[in-house]
Unconditional design. Structure first.
Length: 95
């Protein structure tokens, strides 16, 4: 098989993976967590996905991130910590 044909097929294979197994795993995990954590905590977790994607790209794709990307990831993680900490504080105050 020539290199040109391999390059044409690779994006289609990646798209197929994202469309079927990747989506199935994401939905299964979502519904698994929905039974175990609060809906607000689960909603907050969606903000972590870009940070995880950046980390995977740095490790597996030899991507070089800028200072803005690191700052953005830090803000996302800090916001998540604040949101989850505030939710726990409200839950403790109610009980």
């Amino acid at each position: 098989m020539s290199t040109e044909n391999t390059q044409d097929v690779a994006p289609l294979v990646a798209l197929g993976y994202l469309a079927v197994p990747g989506s199935m795993v994401a939905w299964a995990l979502y519904f698994f967590l929905l039974r175990r954590i609060s809906i607000s905590a689960l909603a907050a977790m969606t903000y972590v996905q870009p940070v995880v994607a950046m980390a995977v790209d740095v490790v597996g794709g030899d991507e070089r991130l800028t200072g803005r990307a690191y700052a953005g990831a830090a803000f996302i993680v800090a916001g998540l910590v604040v949101a989850l900490t505030a939710e726990r504080g409200v839950a403790v105050a109610r009980s």
